[in-house]
Write a protein that binds this ligand. Sequence first.
Ligand SMILES: N[C@@H](CCC(=O)N[C@@H](CS)C(=O)NCC(=O)O)C(=O)O
Length: 372
Amino acid sequence: MSLHRHGRVAALLLGLVLLVAACTGDDGENGDRAAGGQPAQPAPTESLLQTVTDRGTLRCGVNNTVPGFGFETAEGQIEGFDIDFCRAFAAAIFGVDDPQEGTHYELTPVDADARFNALRAGEFDVLVRNTTWTSSRDGGEGVSFAHPNFYDGQAMLAPADRFSTIEDLDGANICVTAGTTTELNLADYFGARDLTFEPIVLEDYEVIFEAFRQERCDAVTGDRSALAGLLPLWEEDVPNLTIFEDIMSKEPLAPGVVDGDSEWFDVINVVVNGIILAEELGVSQDNVDQEAESPSDPFIGALLGVPVQEGEELGLGFDPGIGIEATFMQNVLRAVGNYADIFDRHLAPLGHERGINALWTDGGIQYAIPFR
Ligand SMILES: N[C@@H](CCC(=O)N[C@@H](CS)C(=O)NCC(=O)O)C(=O)O
């Protein structure tokens, strides 16, 4: 998040850094940091907000292999929690209640290793793909992360009849996705416990599962949320799997945009924040029409961009001044609902619990800044 506040100069500097970085030609999680990354497109001369508005279509970089978050159905539709955030951004930007794929937004599946280069190259406008916000991605990778939409942690999946703790995996072959925090945490977590392992680094879950099925790896590590969604599918082929209790890392998953475009960042960030705030205020997909007609209190009025106080002129509700209609949260809530609506639609049916993703008022850490 560091550079986007400093505007044009920082954006130009970033462009230079990335150009220099391009010369080393490295790739991947370690390599595509600024020191070794592929060149970004030159720093944009206008905000992506203008570009996307003129184009009329938002392009989201997504996952299509993680059940509940971004997963391609048998009908070829990509659905999930992250996908609803893409829909929410489109609803806010274009002021529509039911954004249509192909018209208002496009979903571009991207693998973990390619995602930051693709974002910087302008292949999509926002990355919303179970991506962990880390300091080096924020810094050297040139990504600005919005408010996390899911707080996760790394876990280990293994056959229950062979292993039950991380220590049991001393000397094991472990499958991991290339270009992920997972790959790096695995080495640190095992190293810190004097455990040895052989990493089998593969590009995606399809290939990983094939390797696991053939017993080329004894266990698979990944974000707990992803493994929990995959376990029932994998158990159809390999019965009796378990996910260990150990949480090996912190994985705050957040939408990301290219550094240096504060207008664009603000739009993405305020929508994620607004979705959480709506749950705090009790405004959902079910009651948004009623609250927009007659807000129960001024806080809800501010969220929905409608006036409630005496003296406010009709039609002049609170406007955060981020370059989209003041009523954008009405569109977002009609399109996808609040945080609980999205969670209940995609994650609760897979058995995910709110846990630390509960609101701060319910013992979790989801906390929205006020609309004021
Ligand atoms: N949150 C982690 C991991 C993200 C990630 O890509 N996870 C892998 C497995 S944990 C994944 O989603 N793989 C799906 C695929 O590439 O098919 C990160 O940002 O590096």
